[in-house]
Design a protein around this ligand. Structure first.
Ligand SMILES: Nc1ncnc2c1ncn2[C@@H]1O[C@H](COP(=O)(O)OP(=O)(O)OP(=O)(O)O)[C@@H](O)[C@H]1O
Length: 308
């Protein structure tokens, strides 16, 4: 079996003269839940559409289940379920009838796939409900059921959590975790809010204006965010030089009023005050804090961890 469900190498997409995706290299391992994070217009949908074959790249390479050629990619796409943009449903038809419509459209034989999709998304008891009676969250679930027809090995979901209320978000998260764990489905999902993916993604890719800023495992991300030390000294610039020269720390932020955030601060807190005192700098305050994932993401977007 292939290690990678999907890989892109320097994948690039231009819409006329506009570069929507710029040499993006992403690797999605089998069994992973990959969270693609980026602001509006970052290129998330473009990336998902390239994977699903709805559009074609301007340059770069793409492989799915280890297949590269156009012909092989096309057949590999039958193993993918896609939810990109809101699926269109006939309001007067029932949940079951809408699913049946998509089953026929996708050319999936037999009734069993429809039953499985209903069961996996918890929609069986609502099968006779007409679509116009469904809540937004239920419609999202139905969209997911369409993507699940034929039990795909890989799910591509564009902002599946967007617009859901807190209980809808929880429901969708649990459903995706269940599909990943019980059916071993690899999932790529996008969001412009990192915290929405926080509890489920095993790896994150951060996109900004078509470029991949960073690809990082959830474990490494949480480690990076774990702790930082905030110190306020009489001369932050001098202290920053000491941090680099004596401790080899390059991950820090210089803030106004002589404050410095030392990220990945792996030494005892006292070591950071001693560093200042030994250089005859006054220490006005010192504390160990926790960085949220959103803060980390904001820093990344603002060009790294060193800011003045
Ligand atoms: N068909 C198109 N023609 C021209 N420009 C396009 C087209 N589709 C997307 N774009 C542009 O490409 C950029 C990336 O769009 P894309 O939809 O991939 O971003 P996104 O990260 O999914 O954003 P959102 O979160 O708003 O959906 C945007 O600036 C968008 O305006």
């Amino acid at each position: 079996m292939e290690t990678y469900t999907a890989r892109s190498c320097e994948l690039t997409k231009y819409y006329h003269n506009f570069c929507a995706l710029d040499k993006v290299s992403i690797s999605i391992k089998r069994g992973e839940i990959y969270g693609l994070v980026g602001d509006n217009g970052a290129g998330k949908t473009t990336f998902l559409k390239l994977l699903s074959g709805q559009i074609f790249p301007t340059a770069g390479e793409l492989s799915l289940f280890g297949k590269h050629t156009q012909k092989d990619l096309q057949s590999a796409r039958s193993r993918i379920g896609v939810l990109i943009e809101e699926a269109g449903f006939y309001p007067t038809l029932t949940v079951e009838q809408n699913l049946e419509y998509y089953r026929l459209q996708k050319g999936i034989p037999g009734k069993q796939p429809l039953e499985e999709a209903l069961e996996m998304t918890g929609l069986s008891e609502f099968r006779k409900k007409s679509c116009r009676e469904l809540s937004f969250g239920m419609k999202q679930r139905l969209g997911l059921a369409v993507a699940l027809l034929g039990v795909p090995e890989f799910l591509l979901l564009d902002e599946p959590i967007n617009g859901l209320d807190p209980s809808g978000i929880l429901e969708m998260r649990n459903l995706l975790l269940k599909l990943n764990r019980e059916k071993n489905i690899t999932i790529l999902l996008s969001s412009h809010i990192l915290s929405e993916l926080e509890q489920i993604a095993t790896i994150f890719g951060f996109l900004q204006r078509g470029k991949l800023l960073e690809e990082i495992s959830a474990e490494a991300l949480y480690k990076k965010c774990a702790d930082y030390v905030e110190i306020q000294v009489s001369d932050a610039q001098v202290y920053a030089v000491l941090l680099e020269q004596k401790f080899g720390h390059t991950h820090y932020q210089i803030l106004p009023e002589g404050k410095i955030h030392i990220l990945q601060a792996d030494r005892p807190t006292e070591a950071y005050s001693a560093l200042a005192v030994d250089a005859h700098l006054a220490v006005h305050s010192l504390m160990r804090c926790h960085q949220s994932l959103e803060e980390y993401y904001m820093n990344l977007k603002n060009g790294g961890t060193k800011t003045c």
